[in-house]
Design a protein. Structure first.
Ligand code: HEC
Length: 174
């Protein structure tokens, strides 16, 4: 029993030596508090994604087929001016409860994290000012704009055809 208790109190911090951890008393879960378990701290940008986006888009940028996959795809949008704007103007991004600065940081993180290989060569990260200006022009119809943007990506030769960015909800049904 003593060695078990030792393993609990010393095993986890040793295993994560160097990883920043959260103070157990600040964690909502009672068992974590009682055991003093040290959980790894997530970076603020990851927390912004987790709180605002992950529920639909998944921890790694993909989830159910009704939600478009960001992993291995989102970067394609950065190849055209309209696509770059669309990434900010898509309603759940445009309306996210995040400042322009935090949203710009999170979009840049998301693109690097999930879709760096698809990014336009020489991709310029979003700035807070660019995000601010784009958010001020919400889309009238996300379905119509998504189609236009994807047609533009096909015309520009970024993707072979629209199926490269398809998801299972038929446009017009949502
Ligand atoms: C309620 C579910 C939901 C949440 C929350 C959500 N999204 Fe989305 N996201 C969607 C859907 C559905 C689409 C397809 C376009 C549409 O219908 O708005 C989409 C489209 C996108 C796109 C464009 C990709 C494409 O193929 O059209 C990006 C980028 C994106 N979301 C990022 C985010 C980010 C970043 C957040 C958090 C700030 C977020 N989303 C939150 C459901 C969600």
């Amino acid at each position: 029993m003593a060695s078990f208790a030792l393993a609990i109190s010393f095993g986890l911090p040793l295993a994560w030596a160097g990883t920043p951890t959260v103070e157990p008393e600040t964690v909502p879960d009672v068992l974590i508090r009682q055991h003093g378990t040290r959980l790894p701290k997530v970076a603020p940008v990851e927390e912004d994604y987790a709180r605002n986006c992950q529920g639909c888009h998944g921890h790694e940028g993909h989830s159910v087929t009704e939600v478009p996959r960001l992993q291995g795809r989102a970067g394609w949008f950065t190849h055209t001016r309209e696509g770059r704007a669309y990434l900010v103007q898509v309603p759940n991004v445009q309306q996210a409860a995040l400042s322009d600065e935090r949203l710009a940081t999170m979009l840049n993180w998301l693109l690097a994290q999930f879709s760096s290989e698809q990014l336009k060569p020489g991709f310029e990260p979003y700035s807070a000012a660019e995000v601010h200006a784009l958010r001020a022009q919400p889309l009238e119809s996300v379905i119509a704009r998504r189609r236009e943007v994807i047609d533009g990506l096909v015309r520009a030769g970024v993707i072979p055809d629209a199926t490269a960015l398809a998801f299972s909800l038929e446009p017009g049904r949502y």
